[in-house]
Design a protein around this ligand. Structure first.
Ligand code: FAD
Ligand code: NAI
Length: 467
């Protein structure tokens, strides 16, 4: 029987990063992965393929609408969807192989099969051929991620009624796409297919889009998306999808009650959230506690209630984001060798990779109000930024929220082109407990979009220059 210091179950961003950090710190490490490729949801059917499609479809739209404005004649762009999908698949392939290379480089042993905890310090690996082997280990990290949340009355077949996984590999651009859920997946993948030619209608249960993001940003985002052609049915729920005919019939009802309607669609994307994945892990037998939402319960050190078993990433509480899983992976590995492993949950950026992008870190205005915190707001629109003006990408604004007494930045929210890159200076500032004045006094290169961040910080003290 092989014996290890650490066995990690799952090789998504949480699991593979944890394994690498543990190996760097001198531990003997093995990983167990049930899929034929490494990288989990993020690399195979999540972050990476979706960003490839977003990148390519953005170029497609740019070629049609933006390049002619700049005097660049490319004619009417044509779409070879199979080639676009190959572009995506090649990108995914490169990334998952990269993880395999890093495992080898760090002398991490890999096992393909379903991992199950069969006792203290024992993980059974069951291969596709049904054969099992047992790994002995001092510590176990569960990094088994999440799966698509099911919706009553809507049966996903990954052909016409799809989850994000099916929406990443449609073989035809749907004429009508109905998206259920105006969250991150719905708006990112809705954007992909709208840019490629679909008419997209988003049905959202709440009376707003992207719940959890700053309300003012969400309103502005909705207006921009509507200008692009998105249709929204807010405060509405899908009660069923009839797939017996050539087109799908989607039954939609107002949440508040009243008359329903039927929408016709070629494809329906179910994007109503994800749930922790713990199937077949043997958690009940091992005595590992779950919370009421099926997430593995962990303490401040990411330890479960069972000694020697830790859990990280989507399978525990917190935002379901790849970088949150990665940071937890590093924290556990460092804790295991006696270091002060730590994840700062107050400074986890979040980005929606649409056009424009939406990026956020820290508290929203609604959260500050609810907590009774007195704060100042500094805002700066991209219409007043030299670089975005000359590039004609002026949609959006930067919003900085700072404590009224101390000026410490508590939240930063950006909607605009490349917001996902710009948010990180705010994250670094917040990690160091910086004030809006620190940001305002930091020299920013001209002409950059990031100058809008500096100006928003100056606006906290009502002294923005270009507004
Ligand atoms: P996962 O990546 O889900 O990995 C878990 C792994 O464990 C899987 O490989 C699974 O096969 C394996 N596994 C499960 N059970 C077992 C078992 N018993 N034995 C062996 N192996 C097992 N996040 C971002 O931060 N940015 C984005 O842009 C982004 N885009 C996304 C787009 C889409 C369409 C989706 C669906 C998600 C996206 N996410 C994004 C979320 C991100 O993918 C997850 O937060 C992240 O993958 C979580 O990492 P993880 O390591 O916890 O789990
Ligand atoms: P989500 O939680 O972001 O959004 C789900 C939306 O569906 C919410 O607006 C919710 O109100 C709505 N909803 C729920 N039930 C509904 C119903 N019955 N009818 C209509 N609307 C309903 O979940 P999503 O988009 O599925 O994404 C899952 C996870 O993946 C997210 O937690 C996100 O963090 C992660 N992700 C992150 C990305 C990024 O960082 N760029 C990209 C894609 C996914």
């Amino acid at each position: 029987m092989s014996s290890y210091d650490l066995v990690v179950i799952g090789t998504g961003p949480g699991g593979y990063v944890c394994a690498i950090r543990a190996a760097q710190l001198g531990m003997k490490v093995a990983v167990v992965e049930k899929n034929p490729t490494f990288g989990g949801t993020c690399l195979n059917v999540g972050c990476i393929p979706s960003k490839a499609l977003l990148h390519a479809s953005e170029r497609f739209e740019e070629a049609a609408h933006m390049l002619p404005k700049m005097g660049v004649g490319v004619g009417t762009p044509t779409l070879d969807l199979a080639a676009l999908m190959k572009f995506k698949d090649d990108g995914v392939d490169g990334n998952v192989k990269g993880v395999g290379y890093l495992f080898k480089k760090n002398k991490i042993e890999t096992f393909t099969g379903l991992g199950r905890i069969i006792g203290t310090g024992k993980v059974e690996v069951k291969g596709a051929d049904g054969k099992t082997e047992t790994l002995e280990t001092k510590n176990i990290v569960i990094a088994t991620g999440s799966d698509v949340a099911k919706l009553k009355g809507v049966e996903i077949d990954e052909a016409r009624i799809v989850s994000s996984t099916g929406a990443l590999k449609l073989d035809k651009v749907p004429e009508n796409l109905v998206v259920i859920g105006a969250g991150v997946i719905g708006l990112e993948l809705g954007s992909v297919w709208r840019r490629l030619g679909a008419k997209v209608t988003v049905v959202e249960f709440l009376d707003r889009i992207i719940p959890g993001m700053d309300g003012e940003i969400a309103k502005s985002f909705q207006r921009i998306l509507e200008k692009q052609g998105f249709a929204f049915k807010l405060g509405s729920k899908v009660t069923g999808v009839d797939s017996s005919g050539k087109t799908l019939k989607v039954q939609v009802e107002p949440v508040a009650g009243g008359n329903g309607e039927t929408l016709e669609a070629d494809v329906v994307l179910v994007a109503t959230g994800r749930v922790p994945y713990t199937d077949g892990l043997g958690l009940k037998e091992a005595g590992v506690e779950l919370d009421q939402r099926g997430r593995i319960k962990t303490d401040a050190h990411l330890s479960t209630n069972v000694k020697g078993i830790y859990a990280i990433g989507d399978v525990i509480a917190g935002p379901m984001l790849a970088h949150k899983a990665e940071d937890e992976g590093v924290a556990v590995a460092e804790t295991l060798v006696g270091q002060a492993g730590h994840t700062n949950y107050d400074v986890i950026p979040s980005v929606i990779y649409t056009f424009p992008e939406v990026a956020s870190v820290g508290k929203t205005e609604e959260e500050l109000k609810q907590a009774g915190v007195v704060y100042n707001v500094g805002k700066f629109p991209f219409t007043a930024n030299g670089r975005t003006k000359v590039n004609q990408t002026t949609d959006g604004f930067v919003k900085i929220l700072a404590d009224a007494k101390t000026d410490r930045v508590l939240g930063a929210h950006i909607i605009g082109a490349e917001a996902g890159e710009m948010i990180h200076e705010c994250a670094v500032l917040m990690e160091f407990g910086g004030a809006a004045e620190d940001l305002a006094r930091t020299c920013h290169a001209h002409p950059t979009r990031s100058e809008a961040v500096k100006e928003a910080a100056m606006a906290v003290a009502k002294r923005a220059i270009h507004m």
